[in-house]
Unconditional design. Structure first.
Length: 419
């Protein structure tokens, strides 16, 4: 059998083993990279070179800084302050959740840390108000997922770094705004379709006056994050290194417990992202991505390419990590698809389509975002097996509707509006 096809089968096996056995895909990927490399005559040093140290440093730096913000309560305090702005206007809480989720995720922590923080709070609020917890969860997710693709958030960093490796640079701003607008459009439609705009309750459980004031530690942490953003945007400093600098200063100033911070960093996610990259590098060397590109391009036209790209990545995203699996798998296929279609579609439109499709699929309960939502529901409502299964299905249906919506946007030319 052709080694390019064998390499893709290894990728499918890696994802399947990780999902079914609940193992870290990155660790499995490195092991499979060795076996595949031996089959293809690739040296050990070339296999190791597939580990993206630059990406690892960026993700670790950002994770380090926001682990501090999480551990000293800064992120939670900002979220509570923001939601407290709604006061007695219950129908504004979902709006604030979208905006707060987006702004918090954009600032650097990314989708999952912000979602982990806000989904528990939103589910508790929904229960207290007697409203559907799924509606609040979806609003949290749309904000955090849209903001989590910014150039200084982990998933956005992964996508833009991989795009740069393929020669596509300078796309950070149109990428960020297109992703934000896509998730905002879905949130607006959901807000009115589910009747959230007329949601009412007798009193608000969380007013701004009831939220404790920010502590000195939290104000200093916020100032540090703002400085990090300015270092990146104004002085062009690598976001990972800038995060390390600010985090080190905060650490020295006693803004955190260093031992706790090391536990807070999600090492498993870092290994999954970079470990998958090792396997993907071997697959690229063996022509697997070229084979995948040709297969996808064979059923695409310039008109349908963004839509089918979004649908394909969304299907993967139901079960696999956007930043750790889907984006590293599909971004390298973009140049081949563009070339096969004769340049009738732009690389950025395909990168946007696959990023957005896989990101919105993350509300599936088989993915991290949906799993967090299901855990919050179980924690707050203590449901029986039937209620839990029903909520699981509702999350999955929401993910499917989201992927279909983002795929439909691909047929409207939406992914090319800024370029």
């Amino acid at each position: 059998m052709d080694l390019s096809i064998i390499s893709l089968l290894f990728l499918v096996a890696c994802i399947a083993i990780g999902f079914l056995l609940k193992r870290n895909i990155g660790l499995i990927a490195i092991a499979m990279a060795l076996i595949l490399g031996r089959l293809g005559g690739i040296s050990d040093s070339d296999i190791i070179n597939g580990f993206n140290s630059n990406l690892f440093m960026i993700l670790l730096g950002v994770s380090y800084l926001f682990a501090i913000a999480r551990s000293n309560g800064t992120l939670e305090a900002v979220a509570r302050k923001t939601i407290g702005l709604a006061g007695r206007h219950i129908n504004l809480i979902p709006v604030i959740m979208v905006v707060a989720g987006a702004l918090l995720a954009m600032a650097g922590p990314g989708t999952i840390p912000v979602l982990a923080l806000m989904v528990m709070l939103s589910t508790a609020l929904a229960k207290e108000l007697g409203l559907d917890p799924l509606s609040f969860t979806v609003c949290c997710f749309m904000g955090a997922a849209g903001g989590g693709m910014s150039p200084i958030a982990p998933t956005g960093i992964v996508a833009l770094e991989l795009a740069a490796e393929e020669g596509y640079t300078g796309i950070g701003i149109p990428y960020m705004f297109t992703v934000l607008l896509a998730f905002l459009l879905f949130a607006i439609i959901y807000y009115f379709a589910t009747g959230l705009f007329k949601a009412k309750a007798l009193s608000a459980p969380l007013s701004l006056k009831e939220v404790p004031p920010l502590t000195r530690q939290q104000w200093i942490t916020i100032a540090g994050i703002v400085i990090m953003i300015l270092l990146v945007l104004i002085f062009g400093i690598n976001v990972g290194l800038a995060s390390f600098l600010i985090a080190a200063i905060l650490n020295i100033m006693g803004m955190c417990d260093e031992r706790q911070i090391l536990k807070e960093i999600n090492w498993g996610t870092l290994v999954m992202i970079c470990g998958t990259g090792v396997l993907m590098n071997v697959i690229i060397e063996l022509g697997g991505i070229d084979k995948l590109s040709s297969a996808l391009a064979s059923i695409m036209t310039p008109y349908t390419a963004p839509s089918l790209m979004s649908l394909s990545s969304g299907t993967m995203g139901f079960f696999a990590s956007t930043s750790g699996v889907v984006i590293p798998t599909m971004v390298p296929a973009v140049p081949g698809i563009v070339e096969t279609l004769g340049g009738g579609v732009t690389p950025l439109s395909l990168i946007l389509a696959l990023s957005i499709g896989s990101q919105i699929a993350g509300i599936s309960p088989a993915s991290t975002g949906g799993a967090l939502a299901l855990a919050a529901f179980v924690t707050m409502y203590k449901p029986n097996a039937e209620e839990k299964n029903r909520y699981f299905i509702r999350l999955f249906i929401t993910a499917i509707l989201g992927v279909l919506f983002m795929s439909a946007l691909g047929l409207t030319g939406f992914y090319t509006w800024l370029h």
